[in-house]
Design a protein around this ligand. Structure first.
Ligand SMILES: [Fe+2]
Length: 274
């Protein structure tokens, strides 16, 4: 399947960004990222593309790397020395499966779309970067995440901004993406509000509805977020994660890769996007 056939280019003309329609799409996407840290393009994938990508992932689910661990939301910082009950010490469950790039066929629909130049260029321009490249990481450049009943991806920040994902299948219950846009900034961690988020009493938590086929571009470095626990479901939640970088040849730190491939080694993974 040709990459161009996967995307609804009538609705989202990413192959002609310099047209009036393309410029409007870029402006809307940038405004969403600036205003609420999240740009959602529902119906971005054609139904045939959703079907093809699900069909690609399903046979790989049995071999997915499973991990289950508790971690703080601040894995990139030293969280020792904080008092009991402080958000820096709170542990959240990360439990789910990952199908890594080495398992995904290079000529399949997901890998083709990931590297399709118009898609890379759209993401680059939406994020306002001079350059953008598909990551070179043999494992984490491209993944499917799978969350079955009881799985969840607890509250955390990403250490990079501009994560791209494509929701392919929503579970029957739970598994919602929840976040607080720009809850922290460079000078203020805003622990009081973070504590309310953890306690379930914050009024700032957003839960945007998402249907399969939605393109998701997210700034998660300052926006705490999670995937809530999946409830009873006939099939697991399935989402494709596409990692890009401003520099060519980017690979993830060894510890990050190891944490996905072998969950017993790294108790506080913090750098990998959901
Ligand atoms: Fe994340």
């Amino acid at each position: 399947m040709d990459a161009a056939a996967l995307v609804d280019l009538e609705r989202y003309p990413i192959d002609r960004l310099d047209s009036a329609e393309g410029q409007a799409l870029l402006a809307r996407t940038r405004a969403d990222l600036d205003g609420k840290a999240l740009a959602l393009l529902p119906g971005f994938l054609r139904q045939g593309a959703i079907d093809a990508m699900v069909a690609e992932a399903e046979p790989l689910e049995a071999g997915a790397h499973r991990r289950e661990r508790e971690r703080t939301s601040y894995g990139w910082m030293d969280n020792r020395g904080f008092p009991e009950g402080h958000p820096r010490r709170a542990l959240h469950t990360l439990r789910g499966g990952s199908i890594t790039r080495d398992m995904i066929a290079p000529g399949g629909p997901t890998a083709r779309l990931y590297e399709w130049p118009p898609l890379v260029d759209f993401v680059r321009r939406a994020l306002g970067h001079e350059t953008l490249y598909p990551c070179a990481d043999p494992w984490l450049a491209l993944e499917f995440h799978i969350e079955d009943q009881g799985d969840r991806f607890g509250w955390h920040y990403d250490t990079n901004d501009g994560v791209v994902s494509l929701l392919l299948r929503a579970p029957d219950e739970g598994g919602a993406f929840e976040y607080v846009p720009f809850i922290r900034d460079e000078d203020d961690e805003n622990y009081d509000e973070v504590a309310r988020v953890f306690a379930g009493t914050s009024s700032l938590v957003q839960r945007p509805p998402m249907a399969p086929g939605t393109f998701i571009l997210f700034r998660g470095r300052r926006s705490i977020h999670r995937v809530s626990a999946v409830g009873a479901t006939r099939k697991p939640r399935l989402i494709a994660l596409l990692s890009y970088d401003r520099n060519p040849g980017m690979v993830f730190p060894e510890a990050t890769v190891r944490a996905v491939l072998n969950s017993s080694n790294e108790p506080h993974l913090g750098s990998h996007p959901t």
